[in-house]
Design a protein around this ligand. Structure first.
Ligand code: ATP
Ligand code: MG
Length: 362
């Protein structure tokens, strides 16, 4: 039996609460001998104490261990000497230094969760957004404020290598993922603004090239503005959506909103060799330390971690543990007795953790 070493970084705000919750659930699901968690420091609060955002030993562990489980990073008011915010630099540094180019964000409606899209039932909304994570507008280079403060610019850069690898990742994912759009057709939807900007036309053209290697997966296109409407009107059409960094960020928050919000939205950031798993939300300083956060996003990210490890290491037992965690979360939500506050209930972070562990044990 293989043992997996997981570097955990609790981070800031609600990070410690939700990270500990996910560790408890993962341990319940897999047993303490299969997963070994190793806690490491980092983040904005750590910077305020020590002057370091990402300590060397944390980075070394993230690089050498099987996976990284992260709470969240960022605290308002913690700044570098030049006055700029530390924010979630911990996370950004890991993303770039480990080259985590594919940000995978499943959008799935669980039983027991009321979607603001009233006509949709559990199982009918089940798709994945793949956000390119290392280039595009958020990785703007060469921008600035010019002409004595009258003009500001940012530069949107895309590379063939960067687009090709995230496109290939998305088509591969469409081939192997569970869940399917209503018509059963495996599909990658390319979300862009190819009609307006050359960079997005380039993005689309490269996705087209990659699509030729995947006869069994349909390629589909949507402009970033139009897709915001489609995601509300026909969410059951989607399978995998691939988007440039900024568009991916925006539509994944929208997608999360359709299935219960940030407290339930999981996220995985994957590279060729490394994987970092955390909820799609930030450190939520407004509710930190109150036992009020929903740990479900981080728990479901932990399930993504197991599935990814299972694929990397041909370990089917881990994949079925991932399924069991998702089923336990769904069972707890469907029972309606332990409802997170952001879904209209009164359950605390520890209540939710205990209920999911009980469900797994039961
Ligand atoms: P970032 O810049 O890191 O994305 P953000 O500014 O988007 O962060 P979040 O920290 O994600 O902000 O929080 C946005 C809102 O969602 C806040 O009101 C927060 O309380 C709420 N929220 C985020 N995560 C959770 C959670 N796990 N449980 C409950 N509420 C949450
Ligand atoms: Mg955000």
């Amino acid at each position: 039996m293989q043992t997996y070493d997981i570097a955990t970084i609790e981070g800031d705000g609600i990070g410690p609460e939700v990270c500990r919750s996910a560790v408890a659930v993962l341990t319940e699901a897999c047993g303490s001998r299969r997963l070994r968690f190793h806690p490491f420091d980092g983040g904005a609060a750590h910077y305020a104490r020590t002057g370091e955002v990402l300590p060397d030993d944390t980075y070394a562990a993230c690089k050498s261990m099987h996976a990284i489980l992260h709470g969240a990073a960022g605290l308002p008011g913690v700044t570098y000497a030049d006055g700029t915010e530390v924010g979630n630099d911990l996370h950004l540094q890991l993303r770039f230094r480990l080259d985590l180019f594919a940000n995978v964000r499943p959008i799935r409606l669980y039983d027991g969760v009321q979607s603001p899209l009233r006509d949709w039932k559990p199982g009918q909304i089940d798709y994945v957004i793949v956000r390119e994570n290392t280039e595009g507008l958020y990785a703007s280079r060469g921008g600035g404020v010019n002409l004595r403060g009258e003009v500001a610019t940012d530069t949107l850069v895309m590379t063939r290598k960067g687009v090709e690898r995230v496109a290939r990742f998305s088509f591969d994912l469409a081939r192997r993922r569970q869940g399917a759009p209503r018509d059963g057709q495996r599909r990658v939807t390319v979300c862009d603004k190819a009609n307006i900007l050359r960079t997005y036309a380039f993005f689309r053209a490269i996705c087209d090239e990659v699509a030729r290697d995947y006869d069994d997966v349909q390629i589909d296109y949507a402009y970033a503005d139009a897709i915001t409407v489609h995601m509300l009107k026909k969410p059951d059409f989607y399978d995998v959506i691939v988007a440039e960094n900024m568009f991916g960020d925006i539509i994944s928050d929208l997608g999360a909103g359709t299935v219960g919000g940030l407290g339930i939205a999981a996220s995985a950031e994957l590279g060729e060799r490394h994987g970092l798993f955390q909820g799609a939300h930030g450190s939520a300083p407004d509710i930190a330390g109150q036992n009020a956060a929903s740990p479900i996003a981080t728990i479901l990210s932990g399930a993504l971690m197991l599935r990814w490890l299972g694929e990397q290491h041909q370990d089917d037992a881990l994949k079925s543990d991932a399924d069991r965690i998702e089923q336990a979360v769904e069972a707890v939500l469907a029972a309606g007795e332990t409802v997170p506050r952001d879904l209209g209930g009164r359950a605390t972070c520890t209540d939710i953790t205990a209920a999911i562990c009980r469900q797994l044990a039961g």
